[in-house]
Design a protein. Sequence first.
Length: 346
Amino acid sequence: MGSPEDLGHPQIILQYNSGFLVSKVMFTACELGVFDLLLESGEPLSSDAIAARLGTSTTGMERLLDACVGLKLLAVELTQGGALYRNTEVSNIYLTKSSPKSQYHIMMYYSNTVYLCWHYLADAVREGRNQYERAFGISSTDPFGAMYRSEEEILKFMAGQNSVWSICGRDVLAAFDLSSFTQIYDLGGGGGALAREYVSLYPNSMVTIYDLPKVVQVAKEQFVPPEERRIAFHEGDFFNDSIPEAELYVLSKILHDWDDDKCRQLLAKVYKACKPGGGVLLVESLLNEDKSGPLETQLYSMNMLVQTEGKERTAAEYSTLLEAAGFREIQVKRTGKLYDAVLGKK
């Protein structure tokens, strides 16, 4: 038997072991406002200047900045006066709050909420259920009741989801030509970022966001301007309330929250409400058919374990759920990005 070094790349174990350190460095730099400060300053700054403006220790900030340089989130220039730090293009685009493609809000949600649930991952695996009770001391029987446990948490979650669709929304909506559908219901549409991408891509469409009353209220107040006439709202619980008739129903990251029985129940209601010739668009992160990857989707599935009642699925598994509800002509498009598209017709 060969030595451990002969078995491949032992360094990869060490890299995996430190994976959470990498994300926490990025989250912390975002939370403290490092990237925002460097963008606003318009010039490189020293670690002392950054620490002073952000109210941190100089030793802690210097180490954080150097770690961000190692992660290629910052660039450093050595001058006679010392090291000067500036944002990289990636940081300016994705890590500053003011950028249209900012991922700040989803990072803060992961840092302050998701991380706490993941602390109990071993318990989630043992028990097969989410960990809100251990993480936050609240019932885990209603995942979205736990997720929306306060107005602050609703706002954080919705802002985070909006930031995801700012960089992924166009890919999934353009995967199929949806121009023939003009009356659309976005079930669980939240803050409306995907709806806004939809009406931008398909100008003749009208999208109604169907979500819980408290979510709709926040969406109207915080995310969807009143002058956007092509987006409407419908308050309700799509499991317990009726679903109005429409030509196309968009379910973006909805089915992965629920077990197969709940998915079949929801899709059956959608099929019944759907106009003849209409359809349903599923937006999900698809597993390979042998479930060997992609790694991001496998990790998302673990996240569904600690936070919801659902899981990520293969294209065949989603197709089976759609067929059981009555949908036909099922097509699958992998975008090559984080989320893929599945279209079923009535």
